[in-house]
Design a protein around this ligand. Sequence first.
Ligand code: MSP
Length: 512
Amino acid sequence: MKSFYITTAIDYANGKPHLGHAYEKVLTDVVARFRRLMGDDVYFLTGIDEHGQKVQQSAQARGIEPIELCDEAAVAFKGLCASLDVSNDDFIRTTEDRHKNVVRSILQKLFDQGDIYKAEYQGYYSKRAEQFLQDKDRDENGEWPALFGEVEEITESNYFFKLSQHQDWLIDHTKSNESFIYPLFRAKQVLEFLKEPINDLCISRPKERLEWGIPLPFDEDYVTYVWFDALVNYVSAVGYGTDSFEDHWPADFHVIGKDILVPPHAVYWPIMLKAADIALPKSLLVHGWWLKSGEKMSKSTGTVVDPLDLIGQFGSDAFRYFVTREMNVGHDSEFSQERYMARYNSDLANDLGNLLSRVLAMLGRGFDGVIPAPQVEEDLETELWNLWGETQPKVVALYEEFQFHTGLERTFAFISAINRYAEQRAPWKLAKSEDPEDKKRLDTSLFVMAESLRLAVGLLAPVLPQTSQKVYDLLGYEADSDWTQRLQRSEAIVGKKTGEKTILFPKPQNDA
Ligand code: MSP
């Protein structure tokens, strides 16, 4: 069976991981965990992008070898994945032989086919963007925008990959495959870009200017342009050229930020694959940016938020919850510490955490910690179960559409309804009554609270995997291996001994 193959972009090795990188990994992980729960055999790849001028320069500035810098980055980014509780199956580094060999074999194939040619190029070059610029890249005053840094005019011989001959095919492919780019409005941006004729792509850098790259197999005086190198990671990691390649390829989703859709992922990559006679990925899932004070969070603007600080203080599940709950996939979202604390305190600590503490405390007090069987069903119970009946399929459908933020909103609306049920049923009052009917109501109410909590954390599993498991353990529930079964009402927890009162999301010492 072919796996469900999902990838993140590979992060540049010359920077520290920040919230934007962490978000992309969490988003991909949420999709991966969701698909696994839905029964898919998921293969999840992430990694780092190690070649190019910026790595060479950063290493030079520190007086170390580029590979040393990359080794440090590999430790940092692998550490980030572990801290985020991300379930990746592989982590690719573009300096690995398995990758370099595939880049070289694809280049050789394209060269042999006549898809790569050498030509003299005279033009403007941006070191910062590591690309040649065209007049259309100038701003309205005819200047080069600041993002390109220092721009110099240069003449040099280079190798070019024939992109332009595939333009019509690519337009047609993008138009006729609505699921190729998600969300759909991003496809419009691609088609807009493709209205202008595209140039062939310069895929080499002369060694005298850049050494830190993969040498071209047909001319060792040049190294490979870093985007051509990096994109290939998606196929090199899953054994392009070997028998097992098709166990994973084509990728189901490449998860990327909106800044690297056009042209790398929506233009270069499909054309590279088509020319090399490799199937295209099924979809690009394009997310927006985390902003700080309205600007893209990035190293160069100095506005980065360190995900590791937040994880250290509040745990990985809280971080995963915040980014998934706040970001409408495809759009931008502003980060603020206040919003982070508001979500943490109100949704996680109060609504969810207090509900669990309450259930465990009440069971501990009157029931020796054993979950009673339900005895009656009255309007309050029926209402709650009806709400579950609507919530469960709706949330799964929203997750299928990457609407995780609304899926979580709905799940937390259900959790609030459980809290309301508890207030209205007031088991603490029922416990004082002498009426045998109230004893039945009391048993029922504790069962209903425990069971509805069990159901709710089932829906949270892709986003809050640790919390979900912790609640199952505390309720003595052995999770059914079939997730959709776990989401069905049952009496499996009746008679189970519950755990000690636990605080899932402790209030921070000071809300800083
Ligand atoms: N190395 C290239 C990708 C090569 S993929 C074959 C690159 N690296 S990056 O480190 O700059 O970005 C990695 C991913 O993080 C990209 O998908 C990018 O969009 C994402 N983010 C970087 N900053 C971001 C935010 N502020 N917000 C959300 N994601 C952003 O591009």
